[in-house]
Design a protein around this ligand. Structure first.
Ligand SMILES: Nc1nc2c(c(=O)[nH]1)N[C@H]1C(S)=C(S)[C@@H](COP(=O)(O)OP(=O)(O)OC[C@H]3O[C@@H](n4cnc5c(N)ncnc54)[C@H](O)[C@@H]3O)O[C@H]1N2
Ligand code: MOO
Length: 325
C-alpha cells in the first residue's frame, strides 16, 4: 500500500480515501464526509474542526482490500436468510434482521473469525429475540487496509455452515391453567391471563382458553391433561410455584408430565419456574414474579420453545451465568 499524508489545505480537489467521522457527545456521531468525496476549499474548516490536519492519499497493492471492501465481502459471506445490510459506513457493515425470530450464533465459528488478526465481527448474543430491522452484527476490518487473504479466511469459515441464522417462531395454540384459591373465589382479579396473552401475542401465538382452577393437584393436573387431549400445543400454569402448603402446581405438573426438564432455574427473577413436557407438548409453571417483573426466566425460555427448540437440563444450568437479570 502506498499511503501519503497531505495537509488538508493542500488537499483541495483530492478524493478522501475513507469516511471521516464527527462526534459531538449527546448530539451526533456519524459520517461527516464520505469516502471518495472531492475536497473543496469550503470543507477545510469542517475538517480542521474534527481534528483532521492531514488526509491520506491511498494506493492499494494487489492482495490488499480497503476497509469498506473488506466489510462488504464479510457482509456477503455472513448474511444469512432474511438478513440484509446497507453500504459500508465508516468502514463497517451492519447485518440486520428482515423478520422476527430467534438469533442463532455459531459461537465457535464466530470465535475462529475473531481470532483472525485485524478482523472484528461483533454480534448479539445467541438466542436473542430479533424484530424486523434489529441489528444482528457489525463487521469490520480494524486497519484502513487489510490483507485480502484474511477476508478470504472469513469467507471460508462461513462457506459451508451459517455463522448467523434466524429461526422463526411457531404459532402455537396455548392453554392457560390459573391456580390459586384467591383467584378462583374472586377475592382478587386475575392478572396472569392478560400477562401471558400479551407475551404470547408478541410471537404470534394465542391463548385458546384459560381455565381457572383452585389449588387441588387433581384439578390442576386434570386441566393440563384436558388441554393435551384437546390438541393444545402448549400449556402454561400460573401461580402456586413456591413453598407454601397451597403451592401445589409443581406436583400437579409432574403428575401430568412425561418428562420434567427442570423445576427451578438459576435465574432471578423467575427461579421458581418449571419446564416439563407431556409427550411433545411443553408445560410451563410460572411463578408469581412473572406478573410483577417485566423480564424473567420465562422470557428467556419461551422464545426458545416457540422456535421449536428442546431445552435441556444442562442448558438450564448454564443460565446461572448471567442469570441475575
Ligand atoms: N419462603 C419462601 N418464600 C418465597 C419463595 C421461596 O422459595 N421461599 N419463593 C419466592 C419466589 S421466587 C416467588 S416468584 C414468589 C411467588 O411464588 P408463587 O408462584 O408460589 O406465587 P403464589 O404464592 O401463587 O402467589 C404470590 C402472589 O401473587 C398473587 N397471584 C398469584 N396468581 C395471581 C393471579 N392469577 N392474578 C393476580 N395475582 C396473583 C397471589 O395472590 C400472591 O399475592 O414466592 C416467593 N416467596
Ligand atoms: O420465581 Mo421468583 O422471582 O425467582 O421471583
Amino acid at each position: 500500500m502506498m499511503k501519503k499524508e497531505v495537509r488538508v489545505e493542500d488537499a483541495v480537489g483530492m478524493r478522501l480515501a475513507h469516511d471521516l467521522t464527527r462526534i459531538v457527545p449527546g448530539e451526533f456521531k456519524g459520517r461527516l464526509f464520505k469516502k471518495g468525496h472531492v475536497i473543496s476549499a469550503d470543507d477545510i474548516p469542517a475538517l480542521l474542526n474534527i481534528g483532521k490536519e492531514h488526509i491520506y492519499i491511498l494506493e492499494l497493492n494487489d492482495g490488499e482490500l480497503h476497509e469498506d471492501d473488506a466489510a462488504l465481502r464479510m457482509g456477503n459471506a455472513l448474511a444469512g436468510t432474511a438478513m440484509r445490510f446497507d453500504e459500508p459506513h465508516e468502514g463497517k457493515v451492519v447485518l440486520k434482521a428482515e423478520m422476527q425470530g430467534l438469533l442463532k450464533v455459531d459461537a465457535e465459528r464466530l470465535f475462529a473469525i475473531n481470532m483472525i488478526d485485524e478482523i472484528a465481527v461483533v454480534a448479539k448474543q445467541n438466542n436473542t429475540v430479533l424484530e424486523p430491522g434489529d441489528k444482528i452484527a457489525g463487521l469490520r476490518a480494524i486497519p484502513l487496509t487489510v490483507a485480502e487473504e484474511k477476508v478470504a479466511r472469513v469467507e471460508a469459515l462461513a462457506a459451508d455452515r451459517a455463522v448467523f441464522a434466524i429461526k422463526p417462531f411457531r404459532r402455537l395454540k396455548v392453554g392457560v391453567v390459573t391456580t390459586g384459591s384467591e383467584v378462583l373465589k374472586g377475592r382478587i382479579e386475575d392478572k396472569f391471563g392478560p400477562r401471558v396473552r400479551e407475551k404470547l401475542e408478541r410471537y404470534g401465538s394465542e391463548v385458546i382458553e384459560q381455565k381457572i382452577v383452585g389449588d387441588l393437584v387433581e384439578d390442576i393436573a386434570g386441566a393440563i391433561e384436558t388441554f393435551h387431549a384437546a390438541g393444545a400445543d402448549m400449556v402454561i400454569c400460573t401461580g402456586g410455584m413456591s413453598v407454601d402448603p397451597d403451592d401445589r402446581t409443581p406436583g400437579a405438573i409432574k403428575r401430568a408430565a412425561t418428562e420434567v426438564v427442570s423445576y427451578g432455574m438459576p435465574v432471578l427473577p423467575g427461579s421458581m419456574m418449571m419446564l416439563a413436557y407431556r409427550e411433545a407438548m411443553p408445560i410451563f409453571g410460572l411463578p408469581g414474579c412473572v406478573i410483577f417483573d417485566d423480564f424473567t426466566s420465562f422470557d428467556i425460555l419461551l422464545p426458545r420453545v416457540l422456535a421449536g427448540e428442546k431445552v435441556t437440563r444442562e442448558e438450564v444450568a448454564h443460565l446461572g451465568h448471567g442469570g441475575l437479570l
